[in-house]
Design a binder for this molecule. Structure first.
Ligand code: AMP
Length: 223
């Protein structure tokens, strides 16, 4: 089972991906996290990606495809995996299909209005270590600006600044939105209202996934 999380920045792909990973036991791969890690480690690939990410544009397909390919071809992905932020354009989607022979693929599109996106991203803080996502407002109220797990000071992502958010939204509309039609045609596309609570969204995700997994268990002996 391959689970693809589509949706604009801030729609909750990372959060829902983590919850799916925890409940269903599939590994989750976030192309954004993999790139940020490469930037942090200052690898040649990270150096190339850093400036592009800062502007909110898409990193070269070949770089991202290499990163993802390495993950999904590993042993831990053999029963399935979750992709967060990949594919981001048609070329990546087609390359993904040619890379692996996956029995079933399901696409969740977490939908969110532009107003909500800007509000969420401007408020988003992350743990520099485990990448857990927090609401700045919520942490201020609790008078605790540290990660609950790692006890490290939370930070704002460089690309969560207003001018970069606008560019990321523009890129999303231009390059990623065409994937909606692509997956609709493949009949594996599930739009989900991402403007609700984490729990409500996850409930919808689970009911679709449970149904799909039962179906695929009948059709195929593996997940
Ligand atoms: P994200 O964490 O998914 O919001 O991604 C942060 C940034 O990483 C994006 O704005 C892009 O610059 C880059 N990035 C992440 N995933 C991809 C991808 N699949 N293709 C190209 N660039 C990506």
């Amino acid at each position: 089972m391959r689970i693809i999380l589509l949706g604009p920045p801030g729609s909750g792909k990372g959060t829902q991906g983590d919850l799916i990973a925890e409940k269903y036991g599939y590994p989750k791969y976030s192309s954004g996290d993999l790139l940020r890690q490469a930037v942090k480690e200052n690898t040649p690939l990270g150096k190339e990606a850093a400036a592009i990410m800062k502007k909110g544009e898409l990193v070269d397909d070949e770089i991202v495809i290499e990163l993802i390919k390495d993950k999904i071809s590993g042993e831990e992905s053999k029963h399935g995996y979750i992709l967060d932020g990949f594919p981001r354009n048609l070329n990546q989607a087609k390359k993904l299909e040619s890379m692996t022979d996956t029995a079933r693929e399901i696409v969740f599109d977490l939908q969110l209005s532009e107003e909500n996106i800007i509000e969420r991203l401007s408020d988003r803080l992350i743990c520099p270590e485990c990448k857990a996502i927090y609401s700045g407002k919520d942490r201020k109220q609790k008078k605790n600006m540290k990660c609950e797990k790692c006890d490290l000071e939370l930070i704002q992502r460089a690309d969560d600044k207003p001018e970069v958010i606008r560019e990321r939204l523009r890129v999303y509309e231009e390059q990623t939105e065409p994937l909606i039609d692509y997956y609709k045609k493949k009949k594996n596309y599930y739009p989900i209202n991402g403007g609700r609570s984490i729990e409500q969204v996850f409930k919808d995700v689970c009911s679709i996934l449970d149904k799909e997994l039962n179906l695929s268990n009948l059709d195929y002996s593996s997940r």
